[in-house]
Ligand binder design. Structure first.
Ligand SMILES: [Zn+2]
Length: 284
């Protein structure tokens, strides 16, 4: 029987909000006032160009990186883990317990006594995938594009801190806010992914797209609009968070809107598929 240890005194809740497919310059173009107040908005680089490997990486505790020069990867990873201790409010946190499993939810739950929870919107992250290991709960949101519906699903405890992974898909193709009926979503012939039926998590390639740049420009404007929408919802999210919570907002990968002949994300090698926004700070 797994016995959860007492959490260190002062350990913070840690909420990691992933805006699926939100590319950095779309985020900035939306001029997010709520998210912009959390901390400095950084342009960071995702380790992967699509949802599953990127979330695996995030759950190893390695958030999008700064592409630092003149430093060995091992030294950078060490500094990243020190950053994690800062986020959690546990400066004396030992890192040896991350080894050999190298899995943040396991470390938080088994070594630091956290509750570990996830609410995800992309079906490619569904609870049958191996990503949910060491989570106390892993739920699929009722819609792929409605962060506001996740807010009442969040559970925190007075007894011990919680790690909460939220993945929301307003910013994912078709870049639709929840107030827009599905009948009005854009349709581009041939653009659908492996997971079309489930509404997200798709891998899109240029060979499936008609290269109508006007339409792709419209799609980029739609992604910017979804960031504006999410920014307002984040205000409600923050109101729902308990005191002593660290909030990190980022994306799992970027998105291409016709640059160099690419659309979407996945099997793409291009800066814009790796550029993601990153902002974080202590909420109350
Ligand atoms: Zn994704």
């Amino acid at each position: 029987m797994f016995e959860r240890p007492e959490a260190p005194k002062g350990a913070r809740n840690f909420v990691l909000l992933v805006l699926d497919s939100c590319r950095y310059d779309s985020f900035v173009a939306a001029r997010p006032t709520v998210m912009g107040k959390i901390g400095e908005i950084e342009r960071r680089t995702s380790y992967a160009s699509w949802t599953s490997p990127s979330h695996f990486n995030l759950l190893m505790g390695l958030l999008p990186h700064r592409s630092p020069k003149h430093i060995f990867a091992s030294a950078y990873y060490k500094s990243e883990l020190a950053g994690l201790a800062h986020r959690l409010g546990i400066p004396e946190m030992g890192l040896v317990d991350m080894v050999p499993r190298l899995w943040l939810p396991h470390f938080l739950r088994n070594s630091l006594g956290y509750h570990t929870r996830a609410i995800v919107s992309m079906p490619v992250l569904n609870g049958h995938t191996p990503l949910n290991v060491d989570f106390d709960s892993w739920e699929l949101a009722p819609a792929h594009n409605d962060l506001s519906a996740m807010i009442p699903m969040m559970k925190f405890s007075d007894e011990r801190p919680t790690f909460m992974l939220l993945n929301t898909g307003e910013t994912h193709y078709p870049y639709a806010c929840p107030d827009e009926p599905e009948s009005e979503w854009p349709v581009i012939n041939g653009v659908h992914g492996v997971f079309k039926k489930a509404g997200g998590g798709s891998m899109l390639t240029q060979t499936e797209v008609g290269f109508d740049q006007d339409k792709l420009n419209t799609l980029r404007a739609r992604q910017i609009h979804t960031v504006e929408w999410v920014d307002r919802v984040v205000s409600d999210l923050i109101d729902a968070l308990p005191a002593n919570t660290w909030l990190t907002i980022t994306a799992d990968h970027g998105e291409l809107f016709g640059e160099s002949g690419y659309f979407g994300h996945g099997p793409i090698l291009h800066d814009k598929v790796l550029e993601v926004p990153f902002v974080e700070g202590l909420i109350r």
